[in-house]
Write a protein that binds this ligand. Sequence first.
Ligand code: ZN
Length: 262
Amino acid sequence: MRKLLFSLAACALLAGCATNPVTGKREFRIFSDKEEVALGAKTRDSVIKQYGRRADPVLEAYVAGVGRKLAAVCDRRELDYSFYVLDTDMVNAFAAPGGYIFVTRGILKAMSDESELAGVLGHEIGHVTARHSMKALEKQYGYQALINIASIAAGKDLSGLQQYSDFLAGALLAGYGRDNEFQADSLGARYAMAAGYDPRGTADFFRKLEKMEGGKKANDLEKLFMSHPPTKERIKRVEAQSASAAGGERNPAGYAEAVKGL
Ligand code: ZN
């Protein structure tokens, strides 16, 4: 209760209440978009330092082309989304606050067409639109820290952001917990459909992950699934959501051409 009262007071003082772009519910909003983007840019630098960015501008432009179609129909269109290919065999994708989206060489190699890529990018954009990394930060450092982080991000000297961006770069790998992952799945499938992609690509890709989970690549995938819900359940929900879809773009030929250098 004390925490609630404090939060309500902070909310009034900081004019930090806003409508969540995804749920439409009123919630505390400590970060302005500009502050969130500053934290995200720092986190992007940490992620790229850790994994390395693949030197393939043509491939990255292709991924960005698919990503921008989803960004154009998502719930936070005012952000400027950017897309990066990380040069690692690890099968993963993640998003930093403010719209920085990453896919690994490993996950691109595991996909067969553009609708699968759209499902994964949509999921990551969903984490951004629903502001899940803010929740991860609050869980780790507490509510007061969010206010501190926001004030650093608003200032000129961003060096104080380093510890938080390093934390986020690590935490992104682990996912955001069961409920947030289901929410990102559902947002991702919705964005993919709105952008004209076949939402069944998402379920198809999850099935591939499921197969890998049982195979020799299990170690790589452990991190990806640490806090993710069971893949079977994710498939079931995404299939239910896309059951009425009348098809959509898959573009296996274009996808194969784009990733042939991997
Ligand atoms: Zn996720």
